[in-house]
Design a protein around this ligand. Structure first.
Ligand SMILES: *[C@@H]1O[C@H](CO)[C@@H](O)[C@H](O)[C@H]1NC(C)=O
Ligand SMILES: *[C@@H]1O[C@H](CO)[C@@H](O)[C@H](O)[C@H]1NC(C)=O
Ligand SMILES: *[C@@H]1O[C@H](CO)[C@@H](O)[C@H](O)[C@H]1NC(C)=O
Length: 531
């Protein structure tokens, strides 16, 4: 005796008594007060026919239902029906013809191969229809018409390769549409979207589009979220995202983009979140996100070829709050830029890159609440001294390990004594440079002095020969004595000396000019602090 017949027999026997425990199949909970039936995981393979016909909520998930049979028509008061995770291969036409109160229908994760414009006839008040995880290959002409109240339609994870341009007609209230994880090769026609004036969220990821026609989403002016993750895109042309002025969330990750689509993104003045990781670009150019003044969160992770983020890459995005640039296996260069403030930035994620060093001027590091730097081959030298200070002040000791130099490998940056970072070594280099300068200037001055001294006698002879030489000039000659030649020549003769670029004092442009000149001559070493 089949369970179905058994149930039917029971129903006949018990029908005259109250609806209740007796009519509730094994493994189900039936509540006649709340009018709910909930069947746990089990092996029901047909709809129970003897349930209270007044039930409003029926859940038979994770069972073995093969189809929806005519007993469905008994339950015309249903508002919520969940038959997900069963083995249904088809839904007979007009299965829901008497279900004018049904608001949510969950048929996801079955094996349904086809739906037509007669499958859902009668569902005039439905707001959520979930067909995710089935085997639907095509959306036919007016399949969902008229579901004037439908707000969410999930067609993700099917095998849809063709969508009739009128398939979604009359879904005037639709706000959320999932078409992700199908086998679409073209973005649905503009006409398809024209029927969806209320659409706010569109999921088109995991398809194979290659490109997006110009103005493809132009009629979706209310769209706030567009998901094109893993959509096989090779480029996003300048006009592809035209008309999406209200878009706030955009996911373009996991495509094959060879450049950041700067021109296309410029249309999105209200964009707040952008995900662009797992693409093929090698660099993020200066002002790659121009026009995105509202951008709060930017995620570029797992881009296998990304090597360089150029100076000013985020210059227009001064409202950034979170920047995630982690797990870009070749990213070695984050070029610092001048004077761009990010007053709202609180989170910077840079783990699992190829960074060897970091500029102190890249971001306002001290204001961050979250900073991730683990798994980078940092070279622990003087350039990271600032980072050591920062990490110590933040109490984050473990995050940054040195990869180089060899003697510091795998040591945490924060635990190195400052002296090991080689900053002292850098200072002695500076001293050496000063030494060279001193010696060079001294040599120059000495040479000049010798030249003047050698010529002195000849000059005097020359002057003596002139009877017309005035008294004043003779006095001048006298005061401009040998001693003074020794201390003044740099200032007197300096301009023409051209003592080689390296020795030019940065402030005056003259070698050894002014006060420093005489100090050098005195042979006193200049303390570093005075420079
Ligand atoms: C259903 O679709 C067929 C074509 O597939 C069409 O001829 C018919 O008019 C449609 N019915 C409704 C009610 O839209
Ligand atoms: C974008 O990619 C598609 C597919 O590879 C190609 O046909 C098209 O020419 C590309 N467009 C641009 C502007 O590069
Ligand atoms: C760092 O940690 C120590 C103890 O582990 C604690 O006393 C100190 O307040 C912490 N400092 C900051 C800035 O969190």
């Amino acid at each position: 005796m089949s369970p179905r017949l058994l149930l039917a027999g029971l129903w006949l026997l018990l029908a005259p008594t109250a609806w209740g425990l007796a009519n509730c199949p094994n493994g189900c909970e039936c509540d006649d007060d709340t009018l709910m039936v909930n069947c746990g995981e089990g092996s029901l393979d047909v709809l129970p026919i003897a349930l209270n016909p007044s039930i409003q909520r029926l859940v038979i998930k994770n069972n073995k239902l093969k189809t929806i049979d005519s007993s469905m028509q008994f339950y015309s008061q249903l508002q919520f029906l969940d038959l997900s995770h069963n083995d249904m291969v088809s839904i007979p036409e007009r299965s829901f013809a008497y279900h004018a109160r049904l608001q949510q229908l969950h048929l996801d994760h079955n094996k349904i191969g086809q739906v037509s414009n007669r499958t859902f006839a009668g569902l005039s008040t439905i707001s959520v229809l979930n067909l995710r995880g089935n085997l639907i290959a095509e959306l036919e002409y007016r399949t969902f018409a008229p579901m004037l109240k439908l707000e969410e339609l999930n067609l993700g994870q099917n095998r849809i390769s063709h969508i009739d341009p009128h398939a979604l007609d009359e879904l005037a209230s639709l706000r959320v549409l999932y078409l992700d994880d199908n086998t679409l090769t073209q973005v649905p026609a503009q006409l398809t979207f024209r029927a969806l004036p209320s659409l706010a969220e569109l999921y088109l990821g995991t398809n194979s589009f290659a490109s997006i026609p110009a103005g493809a989403f132009e009629d979706l002016s209310g769209l706030t979220r567009l998901d094109l993750r893993g959509a096989g895109l090779q480029n996003v042309s300048a006009a592809a995202l035209r008309g999406l002025e209200g878009l706030r969330y955009l996911d373009l990750a996991d495509n094959r983009l060879r450049a950041v689509p700067t021109a296309a993104l410029q249309h999105l003045g209200r964009l707040e979140q952008l995900s662009l990781g797992q693409n093929d670009f090698e660099l993020i150019a200066a002002d790659a996100f121009a026009g995105l003044r509202e951008l709060r969160r930017l995620q570029i992770t797992g881009a296998p070829r990304l090597r360089r983020v150029e100076s000013g890459a985020f210059a227009s995005n001064t409202n950034l709050e979170q920047l995630d640039l982690s797990a870009n296996k070749q990213l070695s260069e984050l070029q610092a830029h001048a004077a761009v403030g990010y007053p709202h930035l609180t989170s910077v994620l840079l783990r699992e890159n190829q960074l060897q060093t970091l500029s102190e001027h890249l971001f306002p590091w001290a204001q961050l609440q979250t900073l991730e730097l683990a798994d980078n081959p940092f070279v622990c030298d003087c350039q990271l001294l600032w980072l050591r200070h920062l990490l110590l002040s933040r109490n984050s000791s473990a995050a940054v390990l040195c990869a180089q130099p060899a003697n510091l490998r795998d040591l945490p940056l924060t635990q190195l004594p400052e002296s090991l970072l080689g900053c002292a070594h850098g200072a002695s280099n500076q001293q050496a440079l000063i030494g060279v300068l001193v010696v060079g200037c001294a040599a120059l001055v000495t040479t000049l002095a010798l030249v003047v001294y050698t010529c002195r006698r000849r000059m005097r002879d020359l002057l003596k020969g002139h009877s017309a030489l005035g008294r004043k000039e003779r006095e001048y000659q006298k005061t401009f004595s040998d001693d003074e030649y020794m201390t003044r020549p740099a200032a007197v003769a300096g301009g023409g000396a051209g003592a080689g670029g390296g020795g030019v004092h940065p402030a005056s442009g003259y070698p050894c000019a002014g006060g420093y000149g005489s100090q050098y001559l005195g042979g006193r070493p200049i303390p570093v602090t005075e420079l």
